[in-house]
Ligand binder design. Structure first.
Ligand code: SF4
Ligand code: MG
Length: 320
């Protein structure tokens, strides 16, 4: 099986202490060892919610999250500790996620110390990891505010690696960085993947970044997964109208075949009052009555591509 098997959040409304933050429905996927799965979609589509649910920052009200075959969604904080050594998270804004009053060496050592309590081991590993991500011993005694955004992300990566995880959940890890720095961080992440056998769940709204690093891509809209496919298949032959609209709107990508381009219009409906039937129907140029009556489910269309759209049954409706 996969490393992260069967993440299923069927009607898994994700609750913060007081309110529904984001409903995620029928989301189901696996991440295999060494694989980069990119989760894409506009802001508010639920991709960060999925990330935080896997990392158990949020607790789902339904569904299962399995890591290495073990169900983790109901574990107590104490039972979760060993699981945390298998998965770590990297955040968009490393500054907000790093304790401003901690020195870099303590920030990086913390997850490992939590696991083992072994200070000597943590010190040695911290030194090695800081060097590996491009920082030196002098940096180890400084505080987060003394670093640039790119350096702070290197610190966040070193911290995530301290427990030797198998899966890194990276939520928009380069979106806050300058483009030139983005490439450096992405290349570092890819080198580390090969070196440490890491898998990434890589969350991004930036399709050129996704094209650069993903093995597979999953597209989310309003809390639903609407399409998933190997990277090259998805970019060459997107099938869901929403995926096609996203690709059509991405300025840096080679335009897909003209006939398959779709302009994305209208607003994203509120996640708290979902449209009946297909969640994309209020913005879809192909929508017909079936789309309001029946919610499409993800179906295999071959070659590892899965699409949730009724056009699969009636391709003759797919005309510009
Ligand atoms: Fe559009 Fe209908 Fe397909 Fe939804 S199911 S994406 S509304 S054609
Ligand atoms: Mg987000």
């Amino acid at each position: 099986g996969g490393l992260l098997d069967r993440l299923k959040l069927s009607n898994g409304q994700i609750l913060s202490p007081r309110r529904v933050v984001q409903a995620v429905n029928g989301v189901s996927f696996e991440v295999k060892q060494g694989e980069v799965l990119a989760l894409v979609g506009e802001s508010g589509c639920g991709k960060s919610t999925v990330a935080k649910t896997i990392a158990r920052i949020h607790t789902p009200t339904g569904g299962t999250v399995r890591i290495d075959g073990q169900e983790v969604q109901d574990l107590s904080d104490r039972d979760l500790l060993p699981v945390r050594s298998k998965m770590q998270m990297i955040f968009q804004d490393p500054y907000a996620s790093l304790n401003p009053r901690q020195k870099v060496r303590d920030i990086v050592a913390e997850p490992l110390l939590e696991q083992t309590g072994n200070r000597a081991e943590a010190r040695d590993r911290t030194e090695a990891l800081l060097a590996r991500v491009g920082l030196n011993t002098e940096h180890a005694g400084r505080y987060p505010h003394q670093f640039s955004g790119g350096q702070r992300q290197r610190i966040g990566i070193a911290r995530a690696l301290s427990v030797n995880p198998k899966l890194i959940i990276a939520d928009e890890p380069v979106s806050a960085l300058d483009v030139s720095i983005q490439a450096q961080i992405l290349n570092l992440m890819m080198d580390l993947r090969d070196e440490f056998g890491l898998a990434y769940l890589f969350i991004s709204h930036d399709l050129s970044v996704v094209h650069h690093i993903a093995d597979r891509v999953a597209v989310m809209y309003l809390g639903f997964m609407v399409e998933t496919a190997p990277r090259d298949t998805l970019f060459a032959m997107p099938r869901h109208p929403y995926t096609r609209a996203l690709l059509s709107a991405a300025p840096s990508l080679e335009p897909a075949k003209k006939a398959r381009q779709i302009e994305l219009t209208g607003e994203v409906p509120s996640a708290l009052s979902l449209p009946s039937g297909c969640c994309f129907r209020t913005r879809c140029p192909f929508a017909w009555d079936r789309c309001a009556a029946e919610r499409p489910t993800l179906r295999d269309t071959g070659d590892g591509q899965k699409v949730a759209c009724h056009l699969i049954d009636e391709p003759e409706r797919d005309t510009p």
